[in-house]
Design a protein around this ligand. Structure first.
Ligand code: AMP
Length: 284
């Protein structure tokens, strides 16, 4: 496995693979890799001849006052995770390699990005779409792998690929959780012992919603109320949002009569965590 820092080195390597007729998978990450990332790499390794993992804490997707500086980084450990999983190349650029002086072209989206995380993070998806577009141009993968953990991001990337005719297959991968239910996240390292326990309220409240749905509840408002009520029982938790939206267009729904995304962002102390689940009626 190689680790490279420049766009040209990636291009050279991918060109050589293409000459041999090999397929290429891309797993974009911000590093500090955990089992969630590993599941994406595993999937890419199993579906492609070669796998590229990008490790890049993308400055333009962080707003003012967010955790760009404190975001955890550990390149040695990340390299070991990638190597074990069977990745072939890590692309680990400096910000100046991705955003040269005078950089001023962005990829923005008029739909899907205004609600959910877009409300509190207004420039976030512009940063995500821009960096992912750049990575797609640099790596030119056949397939790219994204986690359902960031459900809105997955929907946005799928839409962008369609709108801009990237011709890349987007593969969504299930949420990997800790044994007690907490969705794995690089940001979980911010939590102290008490907060780590409190953070379970996200998956617990989603499960309460799921149970209501499975018992026949079809009013989105009722489900949302039950989830909010559970989160509010936890004194360390502060809700950013709890929303139930149509999985196709991310617009709020009243009835649970199609595939819906139940998504939440909750502050546990100073740490903002997200979690979600998809609900859909199965044929009887
Ligand atoms: P990040 O490094 O947080 O930007 O995440 C990189 C990719 O890994 C994104 O596509 C995430 O959705 C995915 N990912 C992060 N956490 C998980 C998880 N717990 N389960 C599945 N995928 C994840």
């Amino acid at each position: 496995m190689k680790i490279v820092n420049t766009v040209n080195e990636v291009r050279e390597q991918v060109r050589a693979w293409r000459k041999e007729g090999l397929s290429v998978g891309l797993v974009p990450t911000m590093g500090y890799l955990h089992e969630g990332h590993k599941s994406l790499i595993d999937r890419s390794v199993s579906e492609n001849d070669r796998t590229v993992v990008s490790v890049f804490v993308n400055p333009i997707q962080f707003g003012p006052g967010e955790d760009l500086e404190s975001y955890p980084r550990d390149m040695d450990r990340d390299a070991a995770v990638c190597e074990t999983a069977g990745a072939d190349l890590i692309f680990h650029p400096e910000p100046s390699e991705m955003y040269h002086e005078g950089f001023s072209t962005f990829v923005d989206m008029d739909t899907l990005t205004g609600g959910l995380c877009g409300k509190t993070r207004p420039i976030h998806f512009r940063g995500v779409c821009t960096v992912v577009s750049k990575l797609f141009h640099i790596v030119t993968p056949d397939r790219a792998y994204f986690g359902q953990k960031d459900a809105q991001q997955l929907a946005v990337i799928r839409h962008m690929v369609e709108d801009l005719s990237f011709g890349i297959e987007i593969v969504g991968c299930p949420i990997v959780r800790e044994e007690d239910g907490l969705a794995k996240s690089s940001r979980n390292t911010y939590l102290n012992e008490e907060e780590r326990k409190a953070a379970l309220v996200l998956s617990r409240s989603l499960n309460i919603g799921k149970e209501l749905f499975e018992n026949g509840e079809r009013e989105a408002g009722k489900l949302k109320d039950a989830i909010v009520e559970e989160v509010q029982k936890e004194p360390r938790a502060k809700i950013d949002y709890v929303e139930i939206v149509d999985w196709k267009n991310l617009e709020p729904v009243e009835k649970l009569d199609r595939e819906v995304l139940v998504a939440m962002a909750v502050y546990i102390g100073k740490t903002r965590l997200i979690d979600n689940m998809l609900l859909h009626l199965t044929e009887a």
